[in-house]
Design a protein around this ligand. Structure first.
Ligand code: ADE
Length: 253
């Protein structure tokens, strides 16, 4: 998996990748992250990446040419990326499905902005898609790019130690995760559920499946619209009288 990241703060990206799972993936040669300083693609003595907005108003706007030149240069150096992603709060909300799709592409460029925003032609001419990591405004796209690199890299075979754990991750099936416990068995009167100590693998699996569903219903019922539910899960929803349960049951039977 190759990432090309274009930014005015290359060290912010380097710092974010200096430890952890993605760092290990880089060390193992499974992930390549190239960081490109946007100012290296400016044409003036002051290395200008932004300018005042046409039509007036506060703040500065990121210019289109440095981004266009940067993408041309990284393409010449390492081949054309399969996606050129602009990070901005105006993008589609980044999900686990995006992460999986981008990982399958194998080569992705990420464009980070600062200031008030991008010249619209960065969207029209340079980027192929636009992603947001959530409904809040960051001071720049770098932290968002790091989030994308992390979530995408987890789908690269070998990056996460146990491959099964990515497939089973919260959201990979469209549901929240089940509760986890480790020692001690009793913490200040708070007990580990007995089924987890029973040694019955089938009972444990069923309990986890039910807990994951219950948690999703309680906290993120919106996820159920897109989730792939099996027969047990549809039956539990109906049992709980969850309004969508019966409909989902009928739609799929
Ligand atoms: N840049 C600023 N805010 C952002 C966000 N929420 N997602 C992605 N990029 C951003």
């Amino acid at each position: 998996m190759r990432f090309d990241i274009v930014t005015v703060f290359p060290r912010l990206i380097d710092a974010g990748l200096s430890e952890g799972v993605v760092h290990r993936g880089v060390e193992q040669g499974l992930v390549t992250v190239r960081v490109h300083d946007l100012r290296d693609y400016t044409a003036d003595r002051h290395r200008t990446v932004d300018d005042t907005p046409y039509g007036g108003g506060p703040g500065m706007v990121m210019k289109v040419e440095p981004f266009a030149r940067a993408v041309d240069a990284l393409t010449a150096e390492g081949g054309a990326p399969k996606a050129v992603v602009l990070l901005s709060p105006q993008g589609a909300t980044f999900t686990q499905a995006h992460a999986r799709r981008l990982a399958a592409l194998g080569h992705v460029a990420l464009l980070c902005g600062r200031y008030e925003g991008f010249d619209e032609r960065v969207r029209e001419v340079v980027a192929t898609e636009e992603l947001s990591i959530g409904d809040y405004v960051l001071s720049g796209g770098e932290l968002a790019a790091l989030v994308v690199v992390d979530a995408v890299s987890r789908w690269v075979p070998g990056v996460v130690g146990d491959g099964a754990s990515v497939e089973g991750d919260s959201f990979s099936r469209g549901l929240l995760d089940f509760p986890h416990y480790t020692r001690p068995m009793d913490y200040d009167g708070h007990q580990v559920p007995a089924v987890l100590l029973s040694g019955h693998h089938a009972d444990v699996a069923r309990w986890r499946k039910r807990e994951a569903l219950a948690r999703t219903v309680a906290r993120r019922p919106d996820l159920l619209r897109e989730a792939t539910l099996d027969e047990d899960e549809r039956a539990w929803l109906a049992e709980w009288g969850w309004p969508g349960g019966k409909q989902i049951r009928e739609a799929r039977s």
